[in-house]
Design a protein around this ligand. Structure first.
Ligand SMILES: [Zn+2]
Length: 62
């Protein structure tokens, strides 16, 4: 479970996926580019989405 903080309404938002768009359920602010935090420990999580993107691009070239 992940947590992101909305800078607009200063409320936490929770989700289970590190992929796709993430919007604040309260104000609709786009939180996709905000850092991930662990919902339980509140530690910052560094999600590695770039290598996956690179793999997809390599497939398209072939
Ligand atoms: Zn918000």
């Amino acid at each position: 479970m992940y947590r992101k903080n909305c800078e607009k309404c200063n409320r936490p938002s929770f989700g289970s996926s590190e992929f796709g768009k993430w919007f604040c359920p309260l104000c609709g602010n786009d939180l996709t580019e905000r850092p991930f935090f662990d919902a339980n420990t509140l530690e910052r999580i560094h999600v590695k989405t770039f290598p996956r993107k690179r793999i997809l691009q390599n497939y398209q070239k072939i």
